[in-house]
Design a protein around this ligand. Structure first.
Ligand SMILES: Nc1ncnc2c1ncn2[C@@H]1O[C@H](COP(=O)(O)OP(=O)(O)OP(=O)(O)O)[C@@H](O)[C@H]1O
Ligand SMILES: [Mg+2]
Length: 223
């Protein structure tokens, strides 16, 4: 269970303070597939980075499996991000000089999984996301956008995270490929019983998730 209680994030900017996330509370049960929608600047990416512990809220608490991640030390946070969270970005963010399979193996190296296990699991994951054998040894520049995003999703799953956080994962893809990537995330949330939170501008996508949270000016307006 992910439980967010009254989180606020205020940035100090040149023109004054900006409250990007304003007193948000929400709960997402394990294995659910939910979306966050809202206009540009409404606080979606800020909220996602707080959930992923890439940034700390100004106030409020975020509980994952009963643990308040806003209270973790820097050292504990590294472990949390590595083992509990999988990130997927609009621009894929693969390491360009590593092959697809090496990209998927990388987070397992950080988690100190043995090399033999890393390769085996990476292969399984790439099969699962539908990247054919012949393409698993290619570098990202030799893959299409949709294929790169499949690799990024396999990489996000590498350490069996509790939570996958995806910020506009279909934003750079045509609508048909985007739909395939979306369906893949949806199926994975069920088969791996991983909670998936996806930020999207696409309302047809949001309509097909278990729940859509809408942000407006940093506030949650529908639950
Ligand atoms: N590091 C920062 N310093 C100051 N202001 C910030 C910072 N990060 C975000 N903001 C501001 O917080 C607000 C929310 O930004 P955020 O990136 O979360 O929006 P978003 O909903 O993801 O938008 P988009 O759909 O364009 O990606 C914006 O007004 C933005 O300018
Ligand atoms: Mg954003």
């Amino acid at each position: 269970m992910l439980k967010v209680s009254n989180i606020t994030k205020t940035f100090s900017a040149d023109g004054g303070d900006v409250t990007a996330v304003h007193d948000i509370s929400l709960a997402v049960p394990d294995g659910k597939f939910v979306s966050i929608i809202g206009k540009s600047g409404s606080g979606k990416s800020t909220l996602l980075s707080l959930l992923g512990a890439l940034d700390k809220p100004t106030s409020g608490s975020i509980e994952v499996d009963g643990q308040n991640i806003t209270k973790l030390s820097e050292h504990a946070l590294i472990g949390y991000r590595c083992r509990k969270i999988g990130f997927v970005f609009q621009s894929y963010n693969l390491v360009p000089n590593l092959t697809a399979i090496e990209n998927v193996m990388l987070p397992m190296e950080f988690a100190k999984t043995s090399k033999a296990k890393r390769r085996l699991r990476a292969q399984e994951l790439l099969d699962q996301v539908g990247l054919s054998d012949g393409k698993q040894d290619r570098k990202p520049t030799r893959l299409s956008g949709g294929e790169q995003q499949r690799v990024a999703i396999a990489r996000a799953l590498a350490n069996k995270p509790k939570l996958i956080l995806a910020d506009e994962p279909t934003g750079n893809l045509d609508s048909q490929t985007g739909k395939m990537i979306f369906d893949l995330l949806h199926n994975l949330s069920k088969s791996e019983s991983t909670t998936v939170i996806v930020v999207t501008h696409d309302l047809s996508i949001a309509g097909r998730t278990d729940k859509a949270f809408r942000l407006q000016d940093g506030k949650l307006v529908t639950q």
